[in-house]
Write a protein that binds this ligand. Structure first.
Ligand code: NAD
Ligand code: UGA
Length: 458
């Protein structure tokens, strides 16, 4: 069968896999190939046990795989055969040299650019799907064109806004698709090619086009604004705990102002995930590089409040449990950075676990999807931890439960049964404010929500 276009995506991760599966699912006329340097990841994409858990993903992959969706390790062939190449490799925070701990580590990105240049033998549209510092497209273009032959490369920016756990819904019905390009006739033509792909299922009004630098910057700013809302309400949660105000009531009152809106105002143990912290630090680094100290400090505050919130959570536990956690058994309900994903990158549960272990507590960690990742994240302290899939068994003979992830299953447990199996006094720290605190108190728990007065029997 001949396809209208050959599309390649380099990087088969949380973004590359689902986004390409959606394009293939919606556009049977295109051949979509996803490649990665990690052969295990590719093998998993070709199996029934996909490498990431995402509701609805298996069905979408199965609808297209082998028809017009292919997963492969043959990056060179993929480059040769495609006219459009999405690059969705990881762009973590740099851990060495200049900008360590702040700037993006662009080594995977640059390696990909060089590989494209080496293997391309016809004109290509290169699409930045990864989140990148503003002006990366310029570096990309320079690497791609330095060979001096007459192959033409057009670099577009098309940042991804999906959230994990809702990736399929977000891809199927996005708030917007953003495509940035050079505003030259050739740039506009390349942009139109990409617009046409999305227009197969996204209405044209939702496909925004802009200059390439605005597009790159918008992605960093979108994540910074979302994280800022969480840090704002988390900062207020600390004040609520001192003043007997209730943070959920404050959030509701504030969020009902249509100018503010009610989303992303759930106080929590802190935000996690692979991107918020990394992208804000990247923004801070950029501001510093352009000598915008005040702007950099302003955004850095969002990350600082998040660190403070996680620390505060552990200190509250310590304080409530008579300033001693040594040899106490503490059960963590959830380890994923949010519900409906097995991803644990930057999960607040990692920080909380490590701090509790510093206090010599013994941990029992339960999570419906993230136990394997949790065991990997904590491999150096594993002798302090038991991993247990069943939450009832996990809580047995524990002194405290700390809710780390807002999985629905924790809302529906029989807490009478849980309470009776625990050591007394039994403590419950709700890091997500998802449980019925009054009911838990009546059962006998000492309950410590976020941003609300505790309910204790002392
Ligand atoms: P990921 O780590 O899950 O996937 C990246 C993949 O790229 C890995 O499988 C890795 O093996 C592969 N890779 C690295 N170098 C390669 C190379 N030279 N050739 C081929 N493959 C290579 O990362 P992710 O979560 O998918 O994120 C990718 C990008 O998308 C990041 O820039 C991130 O900021 C951005 N983003 C992520 C999300 C999210 O929800 N995870 C959402 C929006 C944007
Ligand atoms: C986030 C953005 O929502 C996506 O638009 C973006 O594409 C993505 O980052 C990215 O660039 O990687 P994600 O990190 O997957 O998506 O998940 P979110 O739903 O944003 O949650 C992030 C963290 O904030 C989670 O730990 C979550 O529990 C926490 N959160 C969220 C709160 O503590 N309170 C809230 O009100 C909302």
């Amino acid at each position: 069968m001949s396809f209208k276009r050959n599309i390649l995506c380099i990087g088969a991760g949380y973004v590359g896999g689902p986004t390409m599966a959606m394009i293939a699912h919606k556009c049977p006329q295109y051949k979509v190939t996803v490649v990665d340097i990690n052969p295990d990841r590719i093998a998993a994409w070709n199996s029934d046990d996909l490498p990431i858990y995402e509701p609805g993903l298996t069905e979408i992959v199965q609808s297209a795989r082998g028809r017009n969706l292919f997963f492969s390790t043959n990056i060179e062939a993929g480059i040769r055969e495609s006219e459009i190449i999405f690059v969705s490799v990881n762009t973590p925070t740099k851990t060495f040299g200049a900008g360590a701990g702040m700037a993006s580590d662009l080594q995977y990105w640059e390696k990909t650019a060089r590989q494209i240049r080496q293997n391309a033998c016809s004109d290509k549209i290169i699409v930045e799907k990864s989140t990148l510092p503003v002006k990366t497209a310029q570096a990309m273009k320079r690497i791609l064109t330095c060979k001096g032959d007459d192959i033409r490369f057009h670099v577009l920016s098309n940042p991804e806004f999906l959230a994990e756990g809702t990736a399929i819904r977000d891809l199927e019905d996005p708030d917007r698709v953003l495509i940035g390009s050079n505003e030259t006739p050739e740039g506009m033509k390349a942009r139109e090619t990409l617009v046409e792909i999305y227009a197969n299922w996204v209405s044209r009004e939702k496909i925004l086009t802009s200059n390439i630098w605005s597009s790159e910057l918008s992605k960093l700013v979108a994540n910074a604004f979302l994280a800022q809302r969480i840090s704002s309400i988390n900062a207020i949660s600390a004040l609520c705990e001192k003043t007997d105000a209730e943070v959920s009531e404050v959030a509701r009152a504030v969020g009902m102002d249509s100018r503010v809106g009610n989303r992303f105002l759930n106080a929590s143990v802190g935000f996690g995930g692979s991107c918020f912290k990394k992208d804000i630090l990247n923004l801070v680094y950029l501001c510093r590089r352009y000598d915008l100290k005040e702007v950099a400090d302003y955004w850095e505050g969002v990350v600082k409040i998040n660190e403070y919130q996680k620390e505060r959570f552990v200190l509250n536990m310590l304080n409530a449990m008579f300033n001693s956690l040594a040899n106490k058994r503490i059960c963590l309900f959830g380890f994923a950075f949010k519900a409906d994903t097995g991803d644990t990158r930057e999960s607040p549960a990692i920080f909380v676990s490590r701090q509790l272990i510093e206090e010599r507590a013994k941990l029992v960690i339960t999570d419906p999807k993230a136990l394997e990742n949790a065991a990997f994240d904590l491999k150096d302290v594993v002798e302090w931890i038991t991993f247990e899939e069943d939450p009832y068994r996990a809580a047995m003979e524990c002194d405290a439960i700390a809710v780390m992830t807002e999985w629905n299953l924790y809302k529906d447990l029989d807490y009478e049964k849980v309470f009776h199996s625990m050591n007394k006094p039994a403590f419950l720290f709700d890091g997500r404010n998802i449980l019925d605190h009054k009911a838990l108190f009546q059962i006998g728990f000492n309950v410590f929500p976020i941003g609300k007065p505790p309910l204790t029997h002392f």
